[in-house]
Design a binder for this molecule. Sequence first.
Ligand code: ZN
Length: 301
Amino acid sequence: MARTSIHTLDLNFQGRQQAIASYMLEHSDGVALVETGPGSTLEALRAALKTHGYGFQHVTHVFLTHIHLDHAGASGYLASQGAQIHVHPQGAAHLLNPEKLIASATRIYGELMEPLWGQFLPVPAEKLTILQDEEEVAVGGLRIRALNTPGHAEHHYAYLLEDACFTGDVGAVRIPGFQYLRLPMPPPELNLEKWRETVARLQKLSLKRIAPTHFGVFDDADWHLGSILARLDEVENWLNQNLPANLPIDELKRNFLAWMERQAHAQGLTPETIEAYRLANPLEISVDGLSRYWKKFRIQR
Ligand SMILES: [Zn+2]
């Protein structure tokens, strides 16, 4: 089987290595990207493309796993440079008209919105391609297939290329150097049951390579997918131990952070790696997501 090289472009988010990736695939007519990263890392993306001899004008296709700022923020700019942007049906409206997305992110990030994420430009309709589940796109000589993969967000796709899968955030966060991953669990669409179904779907594909956006291409897809399921089980236990008591959200956050700190210690993570995990996946946001999920699906009325 052909094995196309996947080039990991490090966007050096907030000056840190290995937090946010964009993946570059060379093909007969230029390059395709999986994820653009946020608007704030456009210059890093430009520099990374340049090291491979490319500029923005060579980017023909962009495949977005979902529309969160750290994955899709620069897609409007890349569209303005000629790229065709591919996205899940439920993400499309937010790319055409990002006002609501920007407003809700600004409520979370406040004054840090611009320095953290930069500009989120709209994607013009003619530059946007909405893909259906299982739809395959011919890219030069490559074939890339979209897979509906909810759990982290409803509008989430993974993309299949040969024996590799780009898993966005539903593939968890795994910083290189450790056999350890964490689940990014933001509100409002976190759904642990759907996440399990997504992993089961991916497990049927006999993947070899798995490429979560945070961060890098890993050759042990089986282990990785199994570890996501183990993490989902742990989260389930944590929820059952912590949520029924109806604790204030700050106390829940303290408990969750303490749990993650114990894990980091047990894994022997370095301070740099802990920081990369934090940038890729702020833990407090996961507690907000879990709390909302609990209220939505688990409290018996
Ligand atoms: Zn996300």
